[in-house]
Design a protein around this ligand. Structure first.
Ligand SMILES: *Cc1c(COP(=O)(O)O)cnc(C)c1O
Length: 382
């Protein structure tokens, strides 16, 4: 190779590189499903549920059709609906806010912490008080999101939910593998929702998700709700449910990938370290919280001002360095949700962060040279 050889491309996600070491196992397990013909909730789903529960340290795992459906089933099991206020961060993926609305409940947007981008506890307390004082809605649930893979402050959120008699739901769609005080995400809230969308830390080759919990009755309810509210037999309908089932081929894929979780988490942590070393004195890098291990689902930096983002985006583009913006607009400003924020206190941190945030490639198959090139591009015109 000459010095002028085209440098290796830097994929934003790399699902292909991950496939190579498990390809034979994938072929074997998928062929087994094809042979069995049990395509929905087959034995691989049961096997996966046991392994997920064990990995996460939760008593129960229930495989479902997506992360969004996991959130919905968890809220349905709790009977959340009309008249209920569901508190959630304004700076998150749309699914977190969409679900309460689909169920007739009302999302109440809470600001985020400027260092962790997770729900701001003081603001949460203020908004719960405001909703109680207003007297129109019943404070019912908090959805804590572990944004970009960093666990939210679950001990504090649990305390608030216990004091207010509210349901604590962990949207861990970006954070599976992360942990707090030596205990993995999965049993920190009343229920934990996972997404197996292909780009998540544990990704299928299609849609999938799971619910984790410690309570046997709750798990039973999740199983019923994912299958149209079925009872002991398939044609006994006990409650209004939905089609939220996990299909067997996705479970087979996830069983092949589960053993990669730890080595990949280690590799992403190494990548995060390289980024922090090279960028930490110029931009805000992801927060290190004592006791918290981030799953590093995304690597998001906060640029010094909004004006620098278009320049950095151009510099990256010119150097074939892929980037993404999670998220360019906080949810309370989205056309679909604006009306639900009318009359409530502003969300200045969410608004500011959305103008300055920038996500860089992070996955287990990046090496230090590639990370070096990403950093050069980011710093070129900062
Ligand atoms: C991906 C994601 C979801 C939704 O998961 P799907 O499997 O795509 O339905 C929900 N919340 C957050 C924070 C996510 O990142």
């Amino acid at each position: 190779m000459t010095a002028s050889a085209t440098p290796r491309p830097i994929p934003f996600f790399d699902m292909q590189a991950q496939q190579a070491p498990i390809r034979a196992e994938l072929d074997r397990r998928i062929a087994a499903v094809l042979g069995s013909g049990r395509f929905v909730l087959g034995p691989e789903v049961t096997e996966l549920e046991a392994k997920l529960a064990e990995y996460a340290g939760a008593a129960h795992a229930v495989g479902v059709s997506s992360g969004t459906d996991a959130l919905q089933i968890a809220m349905m099991a709790e009977g959340i609906g009309r008249g209920d206020a569901v508190f959630l961060p304004a700076f998150t993926y749309t699914a977190t806010a969409e679900v309460p609305l689909v169920l007739g409940a009302t999302p109440v947007f809470v600001d985020v912490d400027p260092r962790t981008y997770n729900i701001d506890l003081a603001d949460l307390r203020r908004r719960i008080d405001a909703i109680r004082a207003e007297g129109k809605l019943r404070p019912r649930a908090v959805v804590g999101v572990d944004l970009f893979g960093l666990p939210a402050d679950w001990p504090a959120l649990q305390e608030i939910c216990a004091a207010e008699k509210m349901f604590a739901l962990d949207d861990a769609a970006q954070a599976f593998g992360g942990s707090l005080h030596g205990k993995r995400l999965g049993a920190w809230a009343h229920a934990t929702a996972l997404s197996f969308y292909p780009t998540k830390t544990l990704g299928a080759y299609g849609d999938g998700g799971a619910l984790l919990c410690d309570d046997a009755d709750r798990a039973e309810l999740f199983r019923s709700l994912r299958s149209h509210g079925e009872g002991k037999t398939r044609y006994e309908v006990l409650r209004t449910g939905m089609n939220g089932r996990l299909d067997t081929i996705q479970a087979a894929v996830l069983l092949c990938k589960l053993p990669l979780m730890e080595p990949e988490l280690e590799a992403r942590t190494r990548v995060a370290g390289w980024y922090a070393e090279r960028l930490g004195n110029r931009v805000q890098v992801p927060a290190e919280i004592p006791g918290a291990v981030s799953a590093h689902g995304y690597y998001s930096i906060l640029l010094p001002d909004a004006a620098s983002r278009p320049r950095v985006l151009d510099a990256c583009k010119a150097r074939n360095v892929p980037t993404a913006i999670y998220y360019p607009m906080p949810l309370h400003q989205q056309p679909a949700y604006q009306a639900h924020h009318q009359g409530y206190a502003p969300l200045p941190v969410s608004e500011d962060v959305s103008t300055r945030i920038l996500s860089l490639p992070i996955h287990a198959y990046l090496d230090e040279e590639q990370v070096g090139r990403v950093c050069e591009a980011v710093l070129a015109d900062l």
